[in-house]
Design a protein around this ligand. Structure first.
Ligand code: NAP
Length: 283
């Protein structure tokens, strides 16, 4: 598939989701973040990814409210903990709605398979979906085993958001998601900027006349991952990160980049495989 800036994929629940957006992890709860989101919206970013734990849902709400029709922007946010069962979910969810200043969330993700009430909370999230408060339900940081436990309980999420870049390709999770029609949303596509000075990546970037960040974003897109590079610092970076729809990485280079990253695996976030079945709790 050749991706364009307006490309969307159809999720397993029938809803459409943009393949590209802005991530907001560690974007401060300040006016600067509101301004970056406003700039992203004006540039045409179709998706904003935030989370309860990021502390910047209010900045997203403020930016969206004054700059775009709600129906024209896709918002994903995340429930941080399932520890307090369905009561905790309702409190968190209502707080997210209020901060985002909206009456529905496009994609509501369980942030990680942790907390002891995963199944109970997941079932209750589906109830919120039936009530129209959530369009699509997804998970994040779920490993293959976690997805299997969910499936045993009768649940198949629309999306799994996991760390994805050449140095952390999570191939087993990707394969399972593809087999089960779960859309793959890759986070930290730039490896939190840790690999941008890598000489091999720089060489490839020079060959294509692109920046290392653009190569990594394009690599994610061509793998079929929904990708959400974060920038909180400049409009120039917003523009750079979206200028990835006018070139194609060759099949050989896609493989070479993957092979290169795998030689020296490194993850930059948390490792979902550490969570156990106790986290799932009874249904
Ligand atoms: N579900 C989860 O558990 C989870 C975990 C991590 C991330 N995420 C999501 O995925 C999004 C992206 O991941 P991430 O924020 O971890 O990391 P990332 O997007 O891989 O990298 C972000 C870093 O790259 C820098 N950067 C951005 N564009 C750049 C460019 N063109 N040139 C040079 N540096 C650039 C940013 O700096 P500036 O900000 O200073 O521009 C920031 O330091 C998050 O924001 C969040 O929405 C989800």
């Amino acid at each position: 598939m050749s991706w364009s800036f307006a490309s969307k994929i159809k999720l397993n629940d029938g809803h459409l989701m943009p393949v590209f957006g802005l991530g907001l992890y560690q974007a401060a709860s300040t006016l600067k973040t509101t301004e970056i989101v406003v700039d992203a919206i004006r540039l045409g970013y179709p998706l904003i990814d935030t989370a309860e734990i990021y502390g910047n849902e209010a900045q997203v709400g403020e930016a969206v409210k004054n700059n775009i029709e709600r129906g024209k922007i896709f918002i994903s946010t995340k429930l941080f903990r399932t520890n307090d069962g369905y009561e905790g979910l309702h409190k968190s969810f209502n707080r997210s709605l209020q901060k985002l200043d909206t009456n529905y969330i496009d994609l509501y993700l369980m942030h990680a398979p942790q907390g002891g009430h995963v199944l109970e909370v997941y079932r209750e999230i589906l109830q919120l979906q039936r009530e129209g408060k959530i369009r699509s339900v997804g998970v994040s940081n779920f490993g293959v085993q976690h997805l299997k436990w969910l499936k045993q309980a009768g649940f198949v999420p629309a999306v799994n958001q996991i760390e994805l870049h050449p140095w952390w390709p999570n191939e087993d999770i990707v394969e399972y998601c593809r087999e089960n029609n779960i859309a793959i949303m890759g986070y930290s596509p730039l490896g939190k900027a840790r690999f941008l000075d890598d000489p091999y990546l720089q060489k490839i970037a020079a060959q294509y006349g692109k920046t290392p960040a653009q190569i990594l974003i394009r690599w994610s897109l061509q793998n079929g991952f929904i990708t959400i590079p974060k920038t909180s610092s400049s409009t120039e970076r917003l523009k750079e990160n979206m200028a990835v729809f006018d070139f194609t990485i060759s099949d050989d280079d896609m493989k070479n980049i993957a092979r290169y990253g795998k030689k020296n695996p490194q993850n930059t976030g948390w490792n979902p495989t550490l969570n156990t079945k106790e986290d799932f709790g009874p249904l």
